[in-house]
Design a protein around this ligand. Structure first.
Ligand code: TPP
Length: 588
């Protein structure tokens, strides 16, 4: 073991040990060398070396997404830190814990023309739970510190004794900061940023720690309150909709799912990324809503389908169609359940109950009970759509819809599936998915900048084999995600290459002209083949139904190297087919 001789660096490592953090993602640099070497030589940690900080950030996000515990990110000073921003904001908006630790120069060396230096404090201020900067250790190379005409750390007249006293004070302040930030990241499941200024020398280490930390880790689990029971919103309703966004399969207990399914006044609508499974819960929300949107009677139908009480669980809702429906036809009330703050997504004035959803329903289900045919109205529509969907699919030519129907059929049991933005996750939501597999997508900020890195990080954090399903732009954007040595042999990537941002062709307002093609769709003819070769993947292509069937035969079989399957589709045909599909869903 090597403990850095810089007291604050050593303290950070000791706190990480004490808190039981395991996964440390380190990007190279020398200002952060005390931490990099200190963590890497400590057997309590699994350390990952990733050069590109944007990719490192998303990799860490993927690990945390699966482990549900904070992953530590370590980077050097300067723009390195800023490259974490996309992942930090994704973590912030999708409630994933991350601890960013940036090495910095002492304050007196910032803005005086020192190299690789920017103002690092508070850089994530709009997308971070909390951030703080440590105080510089006065005792570490005080001779260098007092050289500065700007330093405010060591008074002009000092003795060995006063320096010792200053160091003691600094140590106490720094421990408080670290303890507070780490506790917050755990209890709130959100990202925090700790900035750590270090003076040189940076490469001195000791085999045993020289500081003794005084931590008392507070139990962050709060007592569950039943205060919601006396809230006036908890009463009988004939029409309750439970809408579940990004979450884990266990967000509701089996027992509760069965109980809720017996209520005819409650319909449960779930997205693929909710990972909630129950036969009576309704998925494929867009399939139900799209044909209504096309109907001349849509307002009347939506008024009948809208809930009196909307209860949301989990994170972001992907379906634009349900958002539009519920904004135009508002529920009387909206309750959001869970640890994290709710958003007024549906403009109906949300009330947040900070409570575990299972606990809430265990206490309230009987209060909500009421005879109604609300659930059956939704169920009838769902059955009709299922029939139309089944009739339509065999007629479809080779295009995105066809490809996603095939992929959805072949995802093996117990896979961890990561899906990129944007049409990939939307297409996945049109099909039944393997109920034993889990589905995740970076929907916090819906970026296309980190899906591959997230998936690789998730494969480290997950016990299941991982499949990434990605669009071509998302894949090419984050190709540095492949630049690390942690890609397991079982890792699989399917790229649907429709030569650009095919999503834009299925969104309203797109015009088929050269300007849209160049600046919105960003059409290209790049393939992933060379990248696959460069990063040691096995690579296959398909551009027809037969080719795809053949390529998928062995795709999930165990292999000596990870694999990429690139499927080429025509974006114009795909857009046309999807439009036609929604039109045809009306028929049964
Ligand atoms: C970092 C970032 N830049 C731009 C966007 C806007 N955007 C959303 S989807 C998309 C195109 C994605 O293309 P591709 O990965 O090929 O998938 P598909 O078009 O099939 O959805 C873009 C550019 C974004 N979401 N994130």
């Amino acid at each position: 073991m090597k403990y850095p001789s810089i007291y604050s660096a050593q303290t950070i490592i000791l706190y990480c040990e004490k808190f039981g953090f395991k996964n440390i993602v380190i990007s190279p640099g020398s200002r952060n060398a005390p931490l990099a070497i200190g963590f890497a030589s400590n057997k309590n940690f699994n350390c990952y070396s990733i050069v590109d900080e944007r990719s490192a950030g998303f990799f860490a996000l993927g690990v945390s997404q699966q482990t549900k515990t904070p992953t530590i990110l370590i980077c050097t000073s300067g723009s390195a830190l800023l490259n974490y921003f996309p992942a930090v904001s994704e973590a912030y908006y999708s409630n994933i814990p991350l601890i960013v630790i940036s090495a910095d120069r002492p304050a007196y060396k910032v803005n005086i023309g020192d190299g690789q230096t920017i103002v690092q404090q508070g850089v994530f201020k709009n997308a971070i739970l909390d951030s703080s900067s440590l105080a510089l250790d006065p005792k570490h190379n005080f001779k260098e510190i007092i050289k500065s005409n700007k330093q405010k750390i060591i008074p002009k007249k000092f003795t060995e004794k006063t320096l010792e006293a200053e160091q003691k004070k600094t140590q106490a302040v720094n421990e408080k900061i670290i303890n507070s930030l780490f506790t917050k990241a755990i209890s709130e499941s959100l990202p925090v940023h700790l900035n750590a200024p270090f003076e040189e020398p940076l490469y001195n280490f000791k085999s045993t720690p020289s500081v003794k930390i005084n931590t008392v880790i507070k139990n962050s689990i709060k007592k569950t309150s039943n205060a919601f029971l006396s809230n006036s919103l908890v009463k009988k309703y004939s029409r309750i909709m439970i809408l579940v966004g990004c979450s884990d399969a266990n967000v509701l207990s089996e027992n509760l799912k069965n109980k809720i399914s017996q209520f005819d006044n409650i319909v449960v609508l779930k997205e693929t990324t909710s990972n909630l499974r129950h036969d009576s819960f309704i998925g494929k929300i867009d399939q139900i809503i799209a044909p209504i949107e096309l109907s001349t009677h849509r307002d009347k139908i939506f008024e009948k389908l809208k809930p009196e009480l909307l209860i949301t669980i989990g994170g972001m809702i992907i379906s634009k169609k349900i958002k539009t429906m519920l904004r135009n036809h508002r529920s009387l009330s909206h309750i959001h359940l869970g640890k994290h703050g709710s958003k007024d997504t549906f403009y109906s004035g949300v009330k947040h109950f900070k409570v575990d959803p299972s606990h809430f329903f265990n206490k309230t289900l009987d209060v909500f009970k009421c005879n109604s045919n609300y659930k059956s109205e939704w169920e009838n529509l769902s059955k009709l759509r299922k029939k139309s969907h089944k009739n339509y699919l065999p007629k479809v030519r080779f295009c995105d819809l066809k490809v996603f129907s095939k992929i959805s059929e072949i995802i093996p049991e117990n896979y961890s599936v990561q899906v990129s933005n944007s049409s990939a996750i939307r297409y996945m939501q049109l099909f039944d998915q393997n109920p034993s597999s889990s589905f995740n997508c970076n929907r916090g900020t819906s970026g296309i900048d980190g899906s591959t890195s997230t998936a690789i990080g998730a494969s480290i954090g997950s016990k299941s084999p991982t499949l990434l399903i990605s669009g071509d732009l998302s894949f090419l954007y984050d190709s540095n995600g492949l630049w690390n040595s942690y890609i397991e042999k079982s890792f699989r990537i399917i790229i649907i290459n429709n030569s650009g941002g095919g999503i834009f062709k299925i969104l309203p307002g797109y015009l088929n002209d050269k300007t849209h093609e160049k600046f919105i769709e960003t059409r290209h003819n790049i393939s992933a083949k060379q990248l696959a070769k460069m990063h040691g993947f096995k690579y296959k292509q398909a551009s027809s139904s037969f080719g795809l069937k053949f390529a998928l035969l062995n795709f999930f079989k165990s292999s000596s190297r990870p694999k990429i399957l690139e499927i080429f589709t025509d974006s114009s045909l795909s857009a046309k087919v999807l439009e036609d599909y929604f039109l045809n869903l009306k028929k049964s």
